[in-house]
Ligand binder design. Sequence first.
Ligand code: GLY
Length: 322
Amino acid sequence: MTRSPILLIHGGAWDIPADLLEAHEQGVFDALQEGWRVLESGGSALDAVQSAVTSLENDPAFDAGRGSFLTRDGRVQLDALIMDGATLRAGGVACVERIRNPILAARLVLDRSPHVYFVGLGAETFAQSQGMTLIDNSELVLDRERRRLAEAHAREQAGAPDRTFSGHPESDPNETSHDTVGAVALDSEGRLAAATSTGGTLNKDPGRVGDSSLIGCGCYADNTAAAVSLTGWGEPIMKLVLGKWATDKVLAGRSPEQVAPEAMAYLLRRLGGHGGIILLAPDGRYGLAHNTPRMAWGIHTAAGPRTGTLLRDQDENESENS
Ligand code: GLY
């Protein structure tokens, strides 16, 4: 049976300032176009989420690829995961410093390795062995992020509480940015896929890995259940294995429209965590939710694209099928 394809995207969940709203919506819109081009020409959900996330990584507005947050010692370290719901094949990389598009390295892991996950130097060596060109880390670093890191260090030195969400209990979703990106898709053959990519958290310790690239945490896809991508404060999401929690609920018969806001409520209630979620079932039902002031989101169906940066007060409207 031929299905009507669907693509959902997020570009981070936080209190996106007014002067950044347009850039976020535009970035999500561009990524929708890239992913939809694949789906409307009969391509796979896996290729669609890869295209969408590559576009978001290439956009410096987001905390993924070039322009990501810096580690405590001023470097970009990137994490990404891609998963095929039809086969449960997955590919992940973490703590890579010399790869422009970690989602493409993750796809190489999925396609060409018997393993699921590579980190650091091993991930870079694997990607290079598969033909990927390694770059200098400085190519991923923006002056904007050098300034942001310097401000975080100045706050630390002044003894101010660390509100940059690197695991601190006083982390504040209104003050901290979560620009992790992700996509989930359903293709015309009924296959689901998911992809998530991030530069992690501002001022993170080198070697820290968040939820985004960990299977079942920030990303998961299974045709018998659902596809999911999360954004937000990684440590609580990891502790709850929240991506798998959400897809298991759909597998048990709950609707994604209900499960998405429940996942965000659970994250807040259980661990004080904050973030956003996109969740897509194999029958085309979907849910989006966030417990932060805003989330950059986009949906493309046969009816066309829609984007926005606010859902919280519109959950009922935005979780309806088109
Ligand atoms: N959600 C991104 C991270 O915490 O690394």
